[in-house]
Structure formats: C-alpha cells, structure tokens
Design a protein around this ligand. Structure first.
Ligand code: CMC
Length: 429
C-alpha cells in the first residue's frame, strides 16, 4: 500500500501521510489538513473514525474480538494474573518482578489512608446520593488534601502520585458503600492483598471479630477488575486524557473520568442491565416483550448490556464473564432467576435478525452485575466497581499522555447557527 492518502477538494489534490500501528492498523495523518487546505476540517461526531492519539497500552480488534494489555491477551491475564500486577503492567509497560511488585504494593499501602476531613465531606452527602456522584466528588476532593501539582518530568513524583491514588481510591469506594449501608467506616488491613483488603473494607461488619476471606469472592473480584482495567480510548478514558491535557492534575482528571463512566451507555450499563432484568422478572419474565421494545424505533428502550462501539463480533470480556457468572453463583450455591432471564434474552437476541444485522452482542456489562449481586454488592455500587477496575487504565493513559507531551485536546466544530445579526433592545423587538 502506498503510504500517502490523497484528498481532492474542488479539483485540488492534497497529500497526507498514512501511518501504521504495530498491528498494521492504518490511519491518515491529517495534522496538516486545515493549514494545507485553507480551513477544511473533518467532521466525525462521536469520533467513530477518529484516532485521538497514538498509544502503546491496549490493543483492541473489534472485528476479531481481540483485547490485549501491553501485548498480553485478556484471556491469559484474567486466568493467570492478579489485579495489582495487571495494574503495574498497564501503567509502567512491563510485568513486574516479584521484588518490584512487592515494593509497589507496600508503597500503595503506605498511602492507604485518607485525611479525616474526607469523612466530613462524605457525611454531608444525603442518603439518596448516587455512589458514582459521591466517588467522583471525593476523588476530586483529594486534590484539596494533596494540593501540590505533580511534576511529570520527575519519575519519582509521578510514581508517588500513582501509588497515592491506588492506595486511597479503594478506601473511597468502600466508604461510599459503607456510608450508604449505615456501616461505620473502616480502614482495612495492611496485612492483606490488594483485592482481599478491598473486600474486607467493604464487607467487614462491626460485630465481626474476624472477617473470613472467601476465596471465591476474591478470585471473582480479581477477575472482574482485570477485565475492566483498560479499554483504550473509550468515553471515560478519553475524558481523563482530555482533562489531563489541560495539565489539570491526576485526581481532577480521574474525577472527570468517573463522571463520564457513570452514564448508562458506558459503565452505568451494568446497573441498568440488572434493573432491566429485574423489571423483566417483575413483569412475569416475558423476554419477547422487551425484545420487541428494544427493536421498536418509537420506544427509547434499549437492550442494556448489548452492543458496543468497537466490538462487532463478540466482546471477549463478556465471554469470560459469562463463564465466571456460572462458576461464581455455582460455587456460592446461589440460584438466581435473573441469570436464567439473562441467558434467555441473550439466546433470543443472538437469533434475532435485528441484533444479528446490527452486530449487537452481549458486552462486558451484561453479566458482570449478576456476579456483583451474587457477591452482595448493591446495584447502585456496580459502576463504582467498574471505576475501581478502570483506575489503572485511566492512570496509565494519563501518564502516557503527559509523558508524550500531547497538546491540549481542543476539537473543532462545524457551526450551523445563525449568521451575524443586529441586536435590538428589548422594547424594540
Ligand atoms: N438495543 C437495541 N438497539 C441497539 C442497541 C441496544 N442495546 N445498541 C445499538 N442498537 C441499534 C441502534 O438503535 C442503531 O440502530 P439503527 O442503525 O437502526 O439506527 C444500531 O444498533 C447502531 O447503534 P448505535 O447507537 O449507532 O451504536 P453506537 O456505537 O453509537 O453505540 C452503544 C454503542 C454501546 C452505546 C450502544 O450499543 C448501546 O446503547 N448499548 C446499550 C448500553 C450498553 O450496554 N453500554 C455498555 C457498553 S460496554 C461497557 C463500556 O465499556 O462502556
């Protein structure tokens, strides 16, 4: 293939370089488009065809259902790795040695504490507050307690900021849930692994002398967090990068990412899926009725947990999660009728031409909520758990963006409003 793309505008030809990624993906480098053509821009709402950056973190082939973090397949990582080493891999580019991983974990533990005043902020939220709003606010509030900006030229400062947030974020997650449940806040246990500690911080009861770890829950959460850890330039990650591109700090960028994740078309889908499955159950379990609603263009209802912007064959994470849901519920001895409704809905959708023609398949969120529910996590906490998993990905993307000295994100637009008109005072209109 020639490595030049030619664009013709009003009979005049312009040449732009083609660039190739390490997996042979091809892009037209249009950095010079506007200046070369005297003002022409590209128009691509939703960035369906626009690469916003070059990145060496995650590779995704939506047609083939491939997802790799730093070259390692998601299937292999979900089966063999643990979340903290995946976090290290995503952020720093290589798997850690045992020594480096130990140091990483002990540095994180040193920061597993938040200022006591954070409790006051948490207390000020009404009981009705959605946990994602609380998490986003508390993450942003961390800036107030750690006001000095990170010098990104210094590896040490960058590293310290990273272990700081990895230490504090699980506390915010656990406290958000404990506050909602009316449980006293609890700091956790530094003798435990990262994921074990998260579970203990979330679930330890005040009257419980010894919190017994359930290895089924530890493994399930570890796997779920790994599967959510990064997904290249999705809505929340692009938000983190674009906010960070103004040189806003890491905590502020992450807080913005949490808000972006909250929406039901993105991370909020896991909560929406479970609410949908519950509604179907309450309505007598008539999946056909909901299939018809999803296909009706006059009905705003969508089959939540179905479809994906980039996966047009299958979502490899959904495959792993579906098996995990069966295993976890089986191991915990839970029979959940919601799982049967989900499987029925999936089967119908996979045989329905509406879904087949549009290449709509179950995504990562279709089965994850069923596992979270089996683990005893409240429905409105599901997206918070997604954020917990996505944290290393957001950090890795923010770090990469700053190290590559990317310019501030500032898209153009096609103006379609009024042309210039004269203002008339209100009494003359
Ligand atoms: N139910 C019914 N129809 C759908 C669905 C759905 N879940 N998803 C897409 N469609 C239809 C859509 O109406 C459109 O039909 P037509 O071509 O006739 O107008 C066609 O499929 C293409 O959809 P789109 O909205 O143009 O696709 P998109 O790439 O802009 O949106 C999506 C992707 C994930 C937002 C969308 O599929 C959706 O809303 N799914 C449900 C929400 C969901 O599960 N989100 C979680 C995504 S995975 C977690 C994450 O990483 O964010």
């Amino acid at each position: 293939m020639a490595n030049i793309a030619t664009i013709e505008i009003d009979g005049k030809k312009y040449e732009f370089p083609l660039v190739k990624g390490s997996e042979d993906e091809v892009a037209i480098d249009i950095k010079a488009l506007r200046s070369a053509t005297g003002g022409v821009i590209t128009l691509d709402p939703g960035y369906k065809n626009t690469g916003s950056c070059e990145s060496a973190i995650t590779f995704l082939d939506g047609e083939k259902g491939i997802l790799r973090y730093r070259g390692y397949s998601i299937e292999e990582l979900a089966e063999k790795a643990d979340f903290l080493e995946v976090a290290y891999l995503l952020i720093f580019g290589e798997l850690p040695s045992a020594e480096k991983l130990n140091k990483f974990h002990s540095d994180i533990k040193k920061h597993s504490v938040v200022d006591d005043d954070v409790k006051k902020i948490l207390d000020a939220f009404p009981k009705s507050a959605h946990p994602m709003g609380v998490l986003s606010s508390l993450t942003s509030a961390l800036t107030a307690f750690n006001p000095s900006s990170v010098n990104v030229e210094s590896e040490e400062e960058m590293y310290n900021a990273i272990v700081r947030i990895l230490g504090k974020f699980p506390i915010l997650v656990a406290w958000t849930m404990r506050k909602k449940k009316g449980l006293p806040l609890y700091y956790g246990d530094s003798s435990l692994g990262y994921v074990e500690n998260i579970l203990k911080m979330m679930f330890k009861q005040p009257n419980e002398e010894k919190y017994e770890q359930n290895p089924i829950l530890v493994n399930a959460l570890d796997k779920l967090l790994i599967l959510h850890a990064d997904h290249e330039q999705n809505c929340s990650t692009s938000t983190v990068r674009i906010v960070g591109s103004s040189h806003a700090g890491l905590f502020a960028s992450l807080s913005a990412g949490i808000s972006a994740l909250w929406g039901p078309l993105h991370g909020g889908a896991n909560q929406a899926v479970l609410e949908m499955l519950e509604a179907i159950k309450e309505d007598g379990g008539d999946t056909k009725k909901y299939m018809a609603k999803a296909k009706d263009k006059n009905d705003p209802f969508r089959l939540m947990g179905f479809g994906h912007r980039v996966y047009k064959n299958f979502d490899p994470r959904a495959k792993i999660i579906k098996i995990a849901a069966d295993e976890v519920l089986g191991d915990l001895g839970i029979e959940d009728p919601i799982l049967d409704i989900a499987k029925g809905l999936e089967k119908e959708a996979l045989e329905d031409s509406y879904f087949v023609d549009r290449k709509l398949y179950p995504n990562v969120d279709f089965y994850s909520g069923i596992i979270y529910r089996g683990m005893g996590i409240p429905t409105d906490m599901f997206t918070v758990m997604f954020a917990l998993g996505r944290l290393p990905g957001w950090i890795a993307q923010w770090r990469e963006m700053r190290l590559r000295k990317e310019p501030i994100g500032r898209p153009r637009q096609m103006y379609t409003g009024e042309t210039e008109r004269k203002f008339a005072p209100v009494n003359k209109r």
